[in-house]
Design a protein around this ligand. Structure first.
Ligand code: NDP
Length: 443
């Protein structure tokens, strides 16, 4: 049995009931076979065994009082996965589906993603099964303050710098930052995704979505294509989806469909992003409201957004939202490229189907790395006590995404998997972390 198979078998045995973590680890480790075989030092130093076991997992109770006076208790987590190349960094997800398996998959992926950015950041993830949807501002604040009252012990600007993710936007980051400052007395860049008045970075809000399009544009250009005139589907209507759609439209694409977890809209005239921003960013309402702005558009709760014919598909909502059947439909309808704005939105068999049919496929850990890259730029600005202009941050982001494409392309070619950017991203992300772990000895 190969080293990779042995580690995977052991991992599944040691971590039962963690299907998302198994899925992410299997996808990464299997694609590392060529580099691991070519470098026996990795096996000798137990790199894969150590890389798949988080440095530490903190789990805690988050009690808070709701508006009716009732005590609620949620689970809080922080998974510090690997800090070989820099302080832990990764988002906090607030969603009822949050559990250990999902956070371990996200933390594990984050290690490679952060490495791909070329910046000195390690990998982590955290969050809670708290659902901010439908809660009052006071309830969200009560939760965030309680969450931070425990979390502050484990984080800091040079140790672990959390950020936003699903359910954790500017409001939640603000409440958490306020509580951290209050408890510790420190005014430091301990969180990213902060508001612009207190240490946030311009272009952070746009970064993941814009970064996805910058990388996709590079990938398309290398294959004699571009966004101009293309029909694009963007799933989700949150932070990543909105700004991916915005940049794609700026590059001449027509975004014809978006969704939320209740249903999807189809607008042949091209989605009106001002309307989406108003519904989602300001009013926090459902996407069905879109018909009030564009009565000729359609709203569906059955079928799938992936049934709409398109040239380019951008899954930007959540994990495993695009399955094999969806992939076959997309391919049949002429889709030429897929870019993952979300983390692991494509099931492994669907991703394989894309590769088999020569659909260009940009995996999330490369394609959505613009968010964390810009978070690292926010950390730099905080340390320098400076703030850069939107244009400066955006230009750095673009440079980083172009560079990521070059690196994953080069790694895929070097190991004989030209244009397989899943292998390219995993190998390129792995190398720096693994070599640092070798240099640090058995720790
Ligand atoms: P948001 O919470 O802002 O938005 C998530 C969107 O996806 C919402 O529109 C949500 O709808 C929708 N959604 C969630 N679950 C489903 C589902 N099962 N079916 C259809 N739609 C669904 O999160 P983000 O935009 O920040 O994150 C989206 C993804 O991108 C996540 O995988 C995240 O980990 C990843 N990511 C985010 C980064 C960032 O900077 N924000 C950075 C890198 C990756 P509803 O409102 O109904 O729940």
């Amino acid at each position: 049995m190969s080293y990779v198979s042995e580690v995977l078998q052991d991992l599944i045995k040691k971590n039962p009931n963690e299907p998302e973590f198994h899925q992410a680890a299997t996808e990464v480790l299997e694609s590392l076979e060529p580099i691991v075989e070519a470098n026996p030092v990795y096996q000798k130093m137990g790199i894969l065994e150590r890389l798949t076991e988080p440095d530490r997992i903190v789990m805690f109770r988050v009690p808070w009082v709701d508006d009716s006076g009732k005590i609620q208790v949620n689970k809080g987590y922080r998974i510090q996965f690997n800090n070989s190349i820099g302080p832990y960094k990764g988002g906090l997800r607030l969603h009822p589906s949050v559990n250990l398996s999902i956070l371990k998959f996200l933390g594990f992926e984050q290690v490679f993603k952060n490495s791909l950015t070329g910046l000195p950041i390690g990998g982590a993830k955290g969050g809670s099964n708290f659902d901010p949807k439908g809660k009052s501002d006071r309830e969200v604040m009560a939760f965030c303050q309680s969450f931070m009252t425990e979390l502050f012990k484990y984080i800091g600007k040079d140790t672990d710098v959390p950020a936003g993710d699903i359910g954790t936007g500017a409001r939640e980051i603000g409440y958490m930052f306020g509580q951290y400052k209050r408890i510790t007395g420190l005014y430091e860049g301990v969180l990213t995704g902060k508001g612009l008045t207190y240490g946030g970075s311009l272009a952070r809000k746009e970064a993941t979505g814009y970064g996805l399009i910058y990388l996709m544009n590079e990938m398309l250009a290398a294959h004699a294509m571009n966004f101009d005139g293309k029909r694009v589907l963007v799933s989700g209507s949150g932070n990543v989806a909105i700004y991916a759609a915005e940049k794609a439209a700026q590059y001449g694409a027509k975004v014809v469909a978006m969704c939320d977890s209740n249903g999807w809209i189809y607008d042949e005239a091209g989605v009106d992003l001002d309307a989406i921003k108003k519904i989602k960013e300001v009013e926090r309402k459902r996407i069905s409201e879109y018909l009030n702005y564009r009565p000729k558009a359609e709203y569906h709760t059955d079928g799938s957004i992936w049934d709409v014919p398109c040239d380019i598909a951008l899954p930007c909502a959540t994990q495993n939202e695009l399955n094999l059947e969806n992939a076959k439909t997309l391919i049949k309808n002429g889709c030429v490229a897929v870019g993952e704005g979300a983390n692991m939105p494509t099931t492994p068999d669907a991703a394989h189907e894309f590769l088999k049919n020569n659909v260009l496929f940009a995996p999330g850990k490369a394609a959505n790395a613009g968010g964390v890259a810009t978070s690292a730029l926010e950390m730099s600005q905080n340390s320098l006590r400076l703030s850069w202009s939107f244009e400066e941050v955006d230009a750095r982001l673009k440079g980083i995404m172009v560079n990521i494409y070059k690196n994953i392309d080069a790694a895929s070619e070097k190991y004989g998997f030209k244009d397989n950017f899943i292998v390219g991203a995993n190998i390129a992300g792995f190398t720096k972390v693994a070599d640092s772990m070798v240099a640090h000895g058995i720790v």
